[in-house]
Design a protein around this ligand. Sequence first.
Ligand code: ADP
Length: 169
Amino acid sequence: GTHSPGTRTWLCGVLAPPELQEKTLVLVKPDAVQRRLVGNVIQRFERRGFKLVAMKLLQADQGLLDKHYQQLRQKPFYPALLAYMTSGPLVAMVWEGYNVVRSTRAMVGDTDSAAAAAGTIRGDFSMHVSRNVVHASDSVETARREIGFWFQRDELVAWESGDQDYTYG
Ligand code: ADP
C-alpha cells in the first residue's frame, strides 16, 4: 500500500499535547490473574481508546506494597491486603490519555465490589471488597508517585498512536 510509516505526515507528527499525556497506574490484582481476567481488563482500556505505555507481570513484595499502600498501613485489613496482593503474580500497567485518571476510576467502580455499578470492571467481575480485581490511581499526583514505585523511567514507552486524530478532535 501507500501507507509506509514515513508517509504519514497528515498525522500530527509531533508529540501529543500535555493533556493527552496524562498517565495512570492500573494493577490487575492476583485474583484477576488467577481467574484469567487480564485480557478482559486490558480490553476495556484499549476499547476506550487509551494508550498502553508500560506493562509487566510480576510478583510484588511487601516493600513495594508498603510504599504503594502507605496510606493504608494502619488499617485493620492491611495484613489481609498484603497477603492478597502477594498471593501470586499481578500485572502492572500504565495507561495514557485525556482525563485518564478520572475516566479509569469511573471504569473501575466502587472500592467495594458489592456496591460497584454493573458495567464497571469491579461491578462486572467481582463481588467482595477483599477481592476487587484491579487498582487504579486516584489522582494525577498519586499516579505520578505510584508509577515511580512500579516502573523504572525507561520502562515507559513513548509511541505515536496512528489513530490519534480519530480518537481526539
Ligand atoms: P481503591 O482501591 O478503590 O482506591 P482504597 O485505596 O480505599 O480503595 O483501598 C485500597 C485497597 O484495599 C482496595 O482496593 C481493597 O483491595 C482493599 N480494601 C479496602 N477496604 C477494604 C476492606 N474494608 N476490607 C478488605 N480490603 C479492603
